[in-house]
Design a protein around this ligand. Structure first.
Ligand SMILES: [Zn+2]
Length: 275
């Protein structure tokens, strides 16, 4: 039974990954038809709209495949725009994950912004093995027939398993001098181990990267550093070792390679790092 479920989760993930270009084409056709404006705001929440539209258009596609037993559900009460791949004809309980095959964390980035506000900062142990990550790069684009009017368009995207990307992020974090709180070594000196801080990232100066990190590692003047998992920043490497690691993973791990390719296509900084 377990094997059947795993095989189904694998084929569902593959289907979502390979069908995304059709969903993205549909999103762009819709935004080009409807979301017209002069100007075009950044930080407007449009990224969240695009993330949701992807889910809905993908669902139209999945629902047209009558023979598959799954669809997407939009998880309520979450900090992020998260979808779950769920069984079509079964009860779904997001609190217990009953009726779910796996989850999808969705992020968006604006191409013309220096660093995306999107943070991929969930810890490795917070991910299930088969969870997916979807990242959409978008920007305001001039309309062909109305040169002063823009619409938001998805320019590029990545959809793939989240865990390999988290591993990539974490190795490079350490390579740049960061650390993770280890069991029995919590800076808060928590009496019961493992404490809830184990695995929390600290930066080179020992400042916690997330609000949930140890209380005693608050930074001077900031509650937490919030650099961890910055989509572009997380691929940065200082020394030769980091670069070697990036190149090695690029050559041998197809999911990491697709993510690095996606970032390298759009950010010259990343392209230089794998040369
Ligand atoms: Zn602790």
């Amino acid at each position: 039974m377990q094997n059947t479920r795993e095989a189904l989760a694998d084929s569902a993930a593959e289907n979502i990954i390979t069908s995304t270009h059709l969903a993205v084409n549909a999103v762009n056709a819709f935004t080009e038809q409807v979301f017209h404006t002069r100007g075009g705001r950044i930080g407007s929440g449009m990224g969240s709209v695009i993330e949701a539209l992807w889910g809905f258009y993908l669902n139209v596609r999945l629902n047209s495949e009558k023979e598959i037993p799954y669809e997407l559900g939009w998880i309520y009460g979450h900090e992020y725009n998260d979808f779950a791949c769920i069984f079509r004809n079964e009860d779904w309980n997001p609190d217990t994950k009953e009726g779910e095959l796996f989850r999808i964390e969705v992020k968006s980035m604006v191409a013309s912004a220096d660093e995306s506000k999107a943070h991929f900062d969930r810890l490795q142990h917070e991910f299930a093995e088969n969870e997916l990550l979807a990242v959409f790069l978008w920007d305001w684009k001039l309309m062909n027939d109305q040169p002063k009017t823009v619409y938001p368009a998805v320019l590029d995207y990545f959809v793939g398993h989240a865990l390999p990307i988290a591993q990539l992020r974490d190795v490079l974090h350490v390579e740049r001098g960061g650390t993770f709180v280890k069991k029995d070594h919590c800076p808060d000196g928590c009496p019961i181990q493992p404490c809830k801080h184990v695995g929390e990232p600290l930066n080179t100066s020992g400042v916690r990267e997330r609000r949930s990190g140890p209380q005693s590692t608050k930074g001077p003047g900031v509650s937490y550093a919030a650099n961890f998992g910055g989509m572009l920043r997380m691929l940065g490497s200082r020394g030769r070792q980091g670069k070697e690691y990036l190149k090695h993973e690029y050559a041998f791990d197809p999911t990491k390679a697709r993510f690095i390719d996606f970032m390298a296509r759009n950010f010259s900084r990343v392209a230089r790092a794998i040369k």
